[in-house]
Design a protein around this ligand. Structure first.
Ligand code: DX5
Ligand code: ZN
Length: 216
């Protein structure tokens, strides 16, 4: 069964406590938390205070997706705020290997996020050092965008790289995941599904999470 990671970017921030409670009681596995700086991506989301509150409201894994430049300046602060896993964008890191070591030294799982235009082959020399690839299936910055179909081939290629080298790396697919395309994404080789709008804009988010969980 896939790992389900609802993205709280699409949740109702005025009712964050209830949203967390709903996720706690659902089949969701991870809380996906999208941090945007208005520089790496053309949008600003939320930061430490919100993550600290969410941390207090759940014991599930806090999966933090950094869409920020110079993420090394903030890794320690995200650990302190409660992140269990921290993903940095390959396109935002000049010294990616060093950044990964930093995240691991802070005792978090290390993830690398890649944009739709970035070839998965660029991950080859760090794949053995990381726990997670956050494969963007939309251009990062906003919830509710359309899934880019080409991502399916990228998932398959990355999964082959992981399996051929007998590595223990999870593929998380992020952006435009729906009930309709989730099966194909899993079949292509993904382990984890991020879902923002599909979960939080549905009439029954708990049921939608369950549907995603049991898609295969
Ligand atoms: C986009 C974020 C995603 C986003 C997903 O930049 O990284 O996590 O919240 O939202 P949906 O599922 O609505 O595309
Ligand atoms: Zn994300």
């Amino acid at each position: 069964m896939p790992i389900i990671a609802p993205s709280l970017l699409s949740s109702n921030f005025l009712r964050l406590e209830e949203e967390c409670k709903m996720l706690n009681e659902s089949e969701a596995d991870w809380f996906h938390l999208d941090v945007m700086d208005g520089r790496f991506v053309p949008n600003i989301s939320f930061g430490f205070p919100i993550i600290e509150h969410i941390r207090k409201a759940t014991t599930k894994i806090c999966d933090v997706h950094l869409m920020i430049l110079e993420p090394e300046r903030y890794a320690e602060a995200f650990k302190a705020a409660g992140a269990d896993q921290l993903s940095v964008h390959i396109e935002a890191c000049v010294h990616l290997h060093r950044n990964i070591q930093q995240i691991k030294s802070l005792d978090m799982k290390a993830g690398v996020a890649i944009n739709p235009h970035t070839p998965v082959s660029l991950l080859q020399d760090v794949l053995g050092d990381i726990d997670l690839v956050c494969m963007m299936s939309v251009n990062p910055g906003f919830g509710g965008q359309k899934f880019i179909p080409r991502t399916l081939d990228k998932i398959t290629e990355l999964r082959r790289m992981i399996d051929d080298n007998k590595l223990n790396v999870l593929i998380e697919v992020d952006g435009g995941v729906t009930i309709e395309n989730a099966g194909a994404i899993i079949d292509a080789g993904a382990h984890a599904l991020v879902a923002g709008n599909t979960v939080f804009k549905s009439s029954d988010p708990t049921k939608t999470i369950s549907q995603l969980k049991h898609i295969r």
